[in-house]
Design a protein around this ligand. Structure first.
Ligand code: GDP
Length: 206
């Protein structure tokens, strides 16, 4: 699944633009700059797939990626889709943007039967912030299974990683829809990627 080329198929600014439900979907959420594009690119080993940018808070779209080589016709659907959700928590974002984000994301989460899991990315240096916690509560409310993925672990000292994983696990215990295991990754060092790929492969069969 991850050993083949992936392609971008569409950006979805509102529910009307969603592709018809078909393959199982795995979505990625996280604060702007958490390393979401880098992680998606690293997962599928395709550098420019999800745009990596330092201007956070711009695209308010769900971006769909699928493995290449499928026509998308009913008898030739890709085995899964990755959905890059717009980043949140950009300090300068006007209220309209925050409201638009919440509406798009909540509509999608509530209405998408083929969505199997959301991976919520948390920067290892920052841990779970207030707006992350709000997103987790939104996911609880939508009753969508989600799992926490720590990013940029190369930015903290090695012994701090298991400690942060344990602390994070403790913090998500109050969240009913959280998967009780935290993953740790670094796109820079390509660590934790296989664990995440394996978790995704299991999640799409559930
Ligand atoms: P996004 O806004 O969540 O899509 O974040 P990006 O993927 O664009 O990354 C934001 C910044 O963090 C960029 O400068 C990346 O180079 C950097 N970054 C992303 N992943 C890693 C990582 O694993 N390690 C380090 N050291 N930097 C990273």
């Amino acid at each position: 699944l991850f050993g083949r080329p992936w392609i971008f198929i569409r950006g979805v600014p509102s529910m009307n633009f969603l592709p018809p439900e078909g393959p199982p979907e795995i979505a990625f959420a996280g604060r702007s700059n958490v390393g979401k594009s880098s992680l998606i690119n690293a997962l599928v080993a395709h550098k420019g797939l999800a745009r990596t940018s330092n201007t956070p808070g711009r695209t308010q779209e769900l971006n769909y990626f699928v493995p290449d080589g499928f026509s998308g016709e009913a008898d030739d659907l890709p085995p899964m889709a990755l959905v890059d959700m717009p980043g949140y928590g950009y300090a300068q974002a006007p209220k309209e943007n925050v409201d638009a984000w919440t509406k798009l994301v909540f509509d999608y989460l509530r209405g998408r039967a083929t969505l199997k899991r959301v991976y919520v990315l948390i920067d290892s240096r920052h841990g779970i912030k207030k707006n992350d916690d709000e997103v987790l509560s939104l996911l609880d409310k939508a009753a969508i299974s989600y799992q926490i993925v720590l990013t940029k672990t190369d930015k903290i000292k090695d012994p701090a990683v298991p400690k942060l994983m344990a602390e994070t696990l403790e913090k998500i215990k109050k969240h009913p829809a959280a998967f009780p295991e935290v993953l740790a990754t670094s796109s820079e060092k390509a660590s934790g990627l296989d664990e995440l790929r394996r978790a995704i492969e299991v999640a799409i069969t559930q």
